[in-house]
Design a protein around this ligand. Structure first.
Ligand SMILES: *Cc1c(COP(=O)(O)O)cnc(C)c1O
Length: 396
């Protein structure tokens, strides 16, 4: 009831992100103010959908799906099947499954390549004895999240060139792993990498966790021949932070399901998703595929321009718009000034914004200026951010 009311109010009063919860924090009067009660401070997210910042604000639509599921008992595998089918239909993949984040998608996708439908192997992981257990990756594609792949007991084989990759392929090769964001850093780009996997009959997994938008990245990996793709639910899709998605070849998704919950003797048992996550992720995907992405882009530009206009009034301060190439690909703003002239460092400004009222989080980078993401802002917040920035920069 409460959610419905908030939904209606939001819908009536907000032209953009019409389904976003609340016009401002003050407008949303909760029955019980939990964070206040706990002494947990809130903030305006002018950074990114970072995990440690609790991800993206959930839309009322998604929260409604969550709440709908919460009060109902269902057979979990049945929901898993139906939601997977619906999502696969949207993406245009053979199959899909909701996971506990992109990291879980990496683990379950890898496990699928190791075990197939062999239940005995499923029970044995992360002991990979008697299984193909080598994963080939380009050296420049090693990253923090590859821990999720190593969880399965695999051994990475690092290569740099096509020749090295082909030489590394052998009877022990289970999977080829690609980190989409680092595509420009590797010798082998995705089209060729995927083709090599296809040529040798080895499944290719691409991690595009934070690389949506653009929407086209969903299908790009499939068109190029990837067998499995991992995405975060709570980043650019702005769905629940506890969700992710694994999609691709039907046989592999089936094997990934065998390695995941609700099965108890499986490597993914601790990466539980329940009916709430399943429905919420389905609605997240439905709205992402329905929404007008050009309108979103224009709104982000409007916000960037609002910030730039506000700070342009301050002597010695300049600003620019920037769009990260792959990861978090949407308009951002970078503000620069002379630290000596203003008597303020970028780190100092970040601290003042965080400690001010209301508290504001921005990107943690300090090397090129003060950087803000605007896509996690809720209606009305960009004006607050612009005002606080002006105050902080004026006072120095
Ligand atoms: C964030 C991220 C992950 C983990 O995603 P979760 O949805 O938080 O589990 C994996 N890979 C990359 C490249 C990421 O950016």
């Amino acid at each position: 009831m409460l959610l419905r009311r908030m939904f209606l109010r939001a819908k009536l009063s907000l032209p953009f992100f019409a389904s976003q919860l609340g016009t401002s924090r003050a407008a949303t009067k909760p029955r019980r103010d939990f964070f206040h009660e706990l002494g947990v401070g809130q903030f305006i997210n002018a950074a990114e959908p970072f995990t440690a910042l609790s991800g993206a604000p959930l839309s009322a639509e998604v929260a409604e799906a969550w709440q709908y599921a919460a009060g109902r008992s269902v057979r979990l595998d049945q929901v898993h099947d139906a939601v997977g089918k619906r999502i696969a239909g949207l993406i245009g993949s053979e199959a899909a499954m909701v996971t506990a984040g992109a990291a879980s998608a990496l683990t379950l996708g890898t496990a699928a390549c190791l075990t197939g439908m062999d239940r005995d192997k499923v029970r044995r992981l992360p002991d990979t004895s008697g299984m193909k257990s080598e994963v080939i990756i380009q050296r420049s594609h090693r990253y923090g999240y590859d821990h999720a792949v190593r969880n399965c007991g695999i051994r990475y084989v690092e290569v740099e060139t096509v020749e090295e990759l082909e030489r590394a392929i052998g009877p022990g090769t289970a999977m080829l792993h690609f980190f989409n964001t680092n595509e420009p850093l590797g010798h082998i780009k995705l089209p060729e990498f995927a083709k090599l996997g296809n040529k040798h009959g080895i499944p290719v997994l691409n991690d595009i966790a934070a690389d949506v938008p653009p929407l086209s990245n969903f299908s790009r990996s499939l068109k190029l021949g990837c067998d499995l793709v991992a995405v975060s639910g709570g980043k650019g899709l702005m769905g629940p932070q506890s969700c992710g998605l694994l999609y691709g070849k039907a046989g592999l998704i089936k094997a990934a399901r065998l390695n995941g919950p609700p099965n108890s003797d499986a490597i993914g048992r601790g990466q539980k998703v329940n009916k709430e996550e399943l429905l919420a992720m389905m609605v997240t995907l439905e709205s992402y595929f329905q929404r007008d992405h050009d309108t979103d882009w224009r709104e982000w530009e409007r916000r960037v321009n609002a910030v730039r206009k506000a700070v342009s009034a301050i002597a010695g301060v300049t600003s620019e718009i920037f769009v990260p190439e792959i990861h978090y690909r949407c308009p951002h703003v970078r503000i620069k000034w002379s630290e000596e002239k203003l008597g303020l460092s970028v780190a100092g400004a970040i601290k003042k914004l965080r400690e001010g009222e209301p508290s504001i989080e921005v990107r943690p980078n300090t090397s090129e200026g003060l950087e803000l993401g605007v896509w996690m802002l809720r209606p009305g917040e960009v004006e607050i951010v612009a005002r606080r920035l002006t105050e902080v920069l004026r006072k120095g």
